[in-house]
Design a protein around this ligand. Structure first.
Ligand code: AHM
Ligand code: MG
Length: 332
């Protein structure tokens, strides 16, 4: 018999530590895992299915959607709407909350997701992923927009699935962070990375340098000092990485430390940052903090932001604690 712990076994064992648990949450996570396996399969087939490229539509944020943005969103919705565990869903790709169809029972949880993060990378065959966050709603009622506007600290679970050289799920339910690798032969996620921890210090930063002229001075100063390396005030050389897939960036930071920034930028006053609070910043912030890292806008802890819209954007600075604290201190 295999000694490997599967995702299902792992969640059931965690559930046993929560006496009031009904098993609903375990089933919901299984449904999310099943949807992500379908997405992995779809993404993996690439051009064979003719599904790469633009869809010639825009999402609510005015970004051109890829065909796979829409297809992966449909996979998530179809996999989750009928199960009876959810009171509603919101997606980065859909303007308004997605209701549970009349014919299905409604549960108490709310699902929030970015079905295909990093989708600009899909046509060049680089790592993309699905990010999800679970909140509690009101059992049996149709979730309204306001129900989703909860602070990140209220998340009961957050995770992401990486579609890279291997397919991996990274998950937290507030008891640390664990990584599972999809065993393609048996179709199961198995526990491969237990209790992931981010080193507090790092010599690696991640930022899109082409936006440098739009940043505020604290971020300018931090990056300038990193670039000076051994000759500057940091007295050490830094390395830089930018995949342009937050999922890949966060996974790298979970594995070997680092700092990731999509900071406030002055290009458009209506977009104080590029990344979305509900679908990217909050779930990643929860995971990063559970692994011992930090996550801030530069001015406040991401998980304490009181959301005003489901598609709100925020500046994001996350990763190794001492480096994030330093950038935050430059903002003060
Ligand atoms: P997406 O959800 O539309 O894919 O956008 C989010 C992505 C992040 O994964 C990544 O960190 C960032 O956008 C990259 O942005 P840029 O192309 O400006 O470097
Ligand atoms: Mg995204």
């Amino acid at each position: 018999m295999s000694t490997q712990t599967t995702l299902t076994q792992f969640i059931i064992e965690q559930q046993r530590n929560v006496p009031e648990a009904t098993g609903d949450f375990t089933l919901l996570l299984n449904d999310i895992a099943a949807a992500c396996k379908r997405i992995a399969h779809t993404v993996n087939r690439g051009s064979i299915t003719g599904m790469l490229g633009s869809a010639d539509t825009e999402n609510v944020q005015g970004e051109t959607q890829k065909q796979l943005d829409i297809i992966t969103n449909d996979i998530m919705v179809e996999a989750l709407e009928w199960t009876g565990h959810l009171a509603g869903m919101v997606s980065e790709e859909v303007d308004d909350p997605i209701s549970i169809p009349e014919q299905y029972p409604k549960g108490k949880y709310l699902a929030l997701f970015d079905p295909l993060d990093g989708s600009s990378n899909i046509d060049v065959n680089l790592t993309v992923g699905t990010i999800f966050s679970i909140l509690c709603g009101q059992e049996g009622t149709d979730a309204k927009l306001e129900d989703f506007l909860q602070e990140g600290v209220k998340q009961v679970c957050a995770g992401f699935v990486l579609y890279g050289p291997s397919t991996m799920m990274i998950l937290t339910t507030g008891q640390g962070v664990n990584g599972f690798t999809l065993d393609q032969d048996v179709g199961e996620f198995v526990l491969t990375h237990q209790d992931m921890k981010i080193p507090e210090d790092t010599q690696e930063f991640s930022i899109n340098m082409s936006n440098q002229r739009f940043w505020e001075s604290p971020v300018q100063q931090y990056i300038d000092e990193c670039m000076q390396g051994e000759d500057g005030p940091r007295n050490k050389n830094f390395n830089m990485r930018w995949v342009a897939s937050m999922v890949a960036e966060v996974y790298r930071i979970l594995t070997r430390g680092g700092i990731f920034m999509y900071p406030l930028d002055k290009r458009d006053p209506n977009k104080p940052g590029k990344l979305r609070l509900m679908y990217e910043a909050n779930p990643m912030g929860f995971i990063i903090e559970q692994a011992g890292g930090a996550c801030s806008t530069g001015r406040e802890r991401i998980l304490e932001i009181s959301p005003n819209d489901i598609h709100q954007r925020v500046p994001v600075i996350l990763g190794s604690k001492n480096e994030v604290d330093r950038v935050v201190s430059y903002h003060q």
